[in-house]
Ligand binder design. Structure first.
Ligand SMILES: Nc1ncnc2c1ncn2[C@@H]1O[C@H](COP(=O)(O)OP(=O)(O)OP(=O)(O)O)[C@@H](O)[C@H]1O
Length: 900
């Protein structure tokens, strides 16, 4: 696996580097102008979702109306929130995933690293060739995040995709729906999100955005997102600061949290640039030709140009790149090699691979089981025609299964909805304070809270109920817009609103129904008969609808059976004959609820388009290369197959690989910085994706963006190299610990060099020596006796990398050769004398202690800010003074180190 934290915004994490990062505050810049300018300007970590940050957990709650809520919460800790209603709430909200993770899924080392990177709070770009398990990793990651946010996962995590189909495959919504953008044709369309209060409050609550199939996200859109999300979150934060009367240093410290890429949101992107590319908007926008006046800058067409890696934010956004290399979809190594050559080999190698594939896959596929292979076409028209023709030719009656579409408001209104109660004097300050905390927490049904607190005030109760009803109406309307808008579930769900079937029809499963039986998304079969739906079918379908991983759609499933009385029985390619029951496809809309479609997860599968096949695994497929156009199509189509035996290729076409992707790939392989040819921001020739976004967004910059702009790509890369290296060591160590935690009965990580008992991932960034694994049971004893086990696997890699980086000598502890087998104590080459760099090590140790103290002070401050009760100045004075002292001490130490 290649793993390269590239272009990462420096200053992240509790490393020396981070100390420097923290000095970048304006105040310190003023006080320590003698420090190297590049170091001073080093911005802080862009997205440490839940590890640091003064305000993070209570950010949105710091709104003024919430101030009183905190006080109320302190006095009466959620009296009205019953346990029962809590659990009901959490099961309703769940993790929002409609794709169930195979229980037997065990993340590989690479996959575990990707998960660990996200859990450590960093931005991630997950890449790898087709079938390496990018989507599967995201699923596992989401399960982990659901554990992290047990009560409010779907307010904290948004799962989005660029197209409706991709979104419904991952149980998310389109990016457009999340940001309430009906379309993005001009920059003015993007501006709307900054001016829409409901979007702002939703964005403030969010911690993480996960985008699957991100290869289809353009550079222009990614850059614009950095601008507009920063802008939106800063705007909301400024409001919060003003309402809480934060001034001077407090305000500065507070707002710094949003002065980061994407306004401090954690962004997870997953995709493969060698597959389908972003679709550029080429046509004229709106009625621009009919206007006599020149267009305002923000009415210029949004072109959606370029690959994501061309965006400057891809460099300064603090993304850690994790590349998955183990292919799971295909087992034959030779086939994987040929596919790889088609994907990213040179022209000659790709041509040769294609020639070999054409030869090996020329024969018609076996249809002995009565199931025809799926044809992959490039155009929708071909697909529609083929499926209709085939269905029509079948004898017998057609059965039409109608989908049941529903909208479910699962959230309670935000507290601001009830403001009129206070403003119009229906409730006094003391009652409001009591009400605010439980209402704002949003965990219980508001009706229960309202009825409890306003029992004696009938007029106020009535008004509160009306306000709630009005908001729910608005929420339904919003869900309706999302579901029926471009890319919405009701328009682009992989299961159609009317599924027309006949006995003998060729179908494909579009849902992971039973992974153990191999009935998964992409499994193909033939309709054998239709069976009347019985009570047991209803119970089975309903039983599968709930659980912690899904919105409970039992009622909707029952409703489906009222309008559809038969279910198709399908004979699948693996030989199993099974009735296919309806399932609930859901799109979770953060802050509102879910759009639900109940339908049998089948589609006609004589043919599908290459675009619709992206992300699928097909066991028997005919790829018709005729009319193939565009970057990545050939590779996407061929890589759907599990192997040569299940693939037939007809026609021919050229591989079309965009030269920008090839260049990016070469740079990535060589560990070089990819320089976008037009990425030199000298003011006149700024890259389009940067220039346009900056021009149109009123307050677009965040700290790393400013630095990047000032220095340009190469100098930015150079200036932040030291920081990145520190950060890389830190990430490796944190990931090593997380990998251990994920992958087995490993309980601890110790440092041989320092032989301090580590307290888990939080302490690991302090590592300067080799990481070793200490396991439970038999090994615990050995560890207790001072015998440490040889690093191996990913931990070994992390240890080696760390060692190389820090120059530490791994000889201070006896080492065992393999788990449980004690090795003879290694002769210490450094015995009796101080290891090289002992002074530096001492200084580092002191810095680490300071960092620990710094973290404590920060967490005090965080508590103060998130208390929502408003912060008194005298309360802040102490921690802020301590913070300043600590920073000054560390600065002095760091200067000392630089002097050395
Ligand atoms: N750790 C694993 N163990 C076993 N199977 C796995 C693992 N990871 C992924 N898979 C399987 O590999 C197949 C391909 O996975 P997935 O669709 O997630 O790949 P992908 O990288 O997203 O592919 P694509 O780029 O084509 O969308 C799936 O059948 C998945 O279940």
């Amino acid at each position: 696996m290649r793993k390269q934290p590239f272009g990462a915004a420096p200053g992240c994490g509790r490393s020396l580097g981070r100390v420097a990062g923290r000095y970048c505050g304006a105040q310190l810049q003023r006080t320590r102008p003698q420090l190297a300018p590049a170091l001073l300007r080093v911005p802080s970590c862009p997205a440490r979702a839940d590890t640091t940050g003064l305000l993070r957990p209570g950010l949105s709650r710091a709104l003024p109306e919430v101030v009183t809520a905190a006080k109320a919460a302190k006095r009466s800790p959620s009296k009205s929130t019953s346990k029962a209603s809590d659990s009901r709430h959490s099961s309703r909200h769940g993790s929002g995933s409609t794709l169930k993770l195979d229980p037997s899924f065990l993340p590989s080392e690479e996959q575990a690293r990707a998960i660990a990177t996200v859990l450590s709070g960093r931005n991630l770009f997950l890449t790898g060739c087709a079938g390496t398990g990018k989507s599967a990793t995201l699923l596992a990651l989401r399960a982990k995040l659901a554990e992290k946010y047990p009560d409010d996962y779907d307010r904290r995590v948004a799962v989005v995709a660029m197209t409706g189909l991709a979104a419904t495959i991952v149980g998310g919504i389109t990016l457009h729906s999340l940001l309430k953008l009906r379309r993005i044709e001009t920059f003015r369309d993007l501006e709307r999100m900054v001016n829409d209060k409901t979007v702002l409050s939703q964005l403030l609550e969010l911690r993480t955005i996960i985008l699957d199939e991100a290869g289809m996200m353009s550079a222009e859109l990614l850059q614009a997102l950095d601008c507009y999300l920063t802008c939106a979150r800063k705007k909301a934060a400024e409001e919060v600061a003003a309402q809480n009367n934060l001034k001077g240093k407090e305000e500065e410290a507070f707002l710094e949290q949003f002065d980061r890429p994407f306004g401090g949101l954690q962004v997870i992107l997953s995709g493969d640039f060698f597959q389908l590319a972003p679709i550029e908007n080429k046509g004229p926008v709106g009625n621009q030709h009919s206007t006599y006046r020149p267009l305002a800058p923000s009415d210029q067409p949004f072109r959606n140009r370029g690959f994501m890696f061309q965006a400057p934010v891809f460099q300064y956004g603090g993304f850690t790149l994790v590349e998955l290399t183990k292919v799971y979809r295909q087992e034959e190594a030779a086939f994987v090699d040929l596919l790889n050559a088609v994907r990213c080999g040179g022209e000659a190698a790709a041509g040769e691979a294609k020639r070999q594939l054409l030869t090996q896959c020329a024969a018609a596929l076996d249809e002995g089981d009565g199931i025809k292979p799926t044809l992959l076409y490039s155009k929708n028209a071909d697909v529609g025609r083929k499926n209709e023709e085939e269905l029509e030719q079948l004898p017998g009656r057609a059965v039409a299964l109608e989908a049941l579409d529903a909208l479910r408001v699962t959230h309670e209104p935000p507290l601001s909805v009830y403001q009129p109660l206070r403003q119009e004097g229906q409730v006094g300050d003391s009652t409001w304070e009591l009400l605010a905390a439980p209402l704002e927490a949003g965990r219980s049904d508001h009706l229960v809270t309202l009825s409890g607190h306003l029992r004696d005030n009938a007029a106020a109760l009535r008004q509160a109920k009306e306000l709630r009803t009005a908001w729910r109406r608005h929420a339904r309307e919003h869900l309706h817009t999302v579901a029926n808008g471009g890319g919405g579930l009701f328009r682009e769900c992989q299961a159609a609103d009317k599924v027309q079937l006949k006995v003998g029809a060729q179908v494909m499963m579009v849902w992971n129904v039973d992974t153990e039986q191999g009935l998964v998304n992409g499994s193909r079969g033939v309709i054998e008969r239709f069976a009347p739906a019985g009570d047991s079918d209803i119970s089975k379908a309903v039983a599968k609808s709930g659980g912690t991983d899904q919105v409970d759609c039992g009622p909707e499933l029952r409703e489906w059976f009222k309008q559809n009385h038969e279910v198709p029985v399908v004979r699948f390619a693996n030989g199993s004959v099974t009735p296919v029951l309806p399932v609930a496809f859901t799109s979770n809309v953060p802050g509102y609820g879910a759009c639900i479609r109940v339908q049998v997860p089948l589609k006609l599968a004589w043919a599908i388009t290459v675009h619709k096949s992206q992300g699928m695994t097909l066991d028997k497929v005919v790829v018709n290369l005729r009319d193939f156009f565009g970057h990545g199509m050939l590779y996407t189509a061929l890589s759907r197959s599990r192997g040569v035996k299940g693939l037939q290729i007809t026609g021919d076409s050229y591989r079309r690989t965009d030269v920008r992707v090839t260049r990016w790939w070469e740079a990535h392989r060589a560990g070089r910085l990819y320089i976008n040819p037009d990425a030199h921001p000298d003011g006149t020739d700024a890259p389009w994706c940067w220039r346009d976004a900056q021009q149109h967004c009123s307050k677009p910059h965040n700290a790393p963006a400013r630095l990047w702009w000032e220095l340009g790509p190469e100098r930015y890369h150079e200036a932040t190299r030291w920081e990145r290296e520190q950060q890389e060591a830190e990430v490796l160590a944190a990931e090593a610990a997380a990998v251990l935690a994920i992958s087995g009965p490993v309980v601890d990580v110790e440092l041989a060099a320092e032989s301090t008992a580590a307290a888990g991932a939080a302490a690991v960034p302090a590592i300067s020596g080799p990481v070793v694994r200490v396991e439970l049971a038999a090994e615990a004893e050995a560890a207790g006796a001072g015998e440490l086990l040889l690093p191996r696997g990913s931990v070994a890699a992390a240890a080696t990398a760390l060692q190389a980086r820090t120059g530490a000598v791994a000889t201070t502890a006896p080492v065992a050769v393999a788990a449980g087998v004690a090795a003879p104590p290694a002769a210490s080459t450094t015995a009796g004398r101080a290891p090289p760099g002992a002074d530096a090590s001492l200084r580092r140790q002191r810095l680490r202690q300071q960092l620990q103290l710094l973290a404590e002070v920060e967490s005090d401050l965080q508590l103060l800010f998130t208390r929502r009760g408003g912060v008194r100045k005298d309360e802040l004075a102490g921690p802020l003074r301590r913070l300043a002292e600590l920073r000054a001490e560390m600065l002095a130490l760091e200067e000392g180190e630089e002097g050395c």
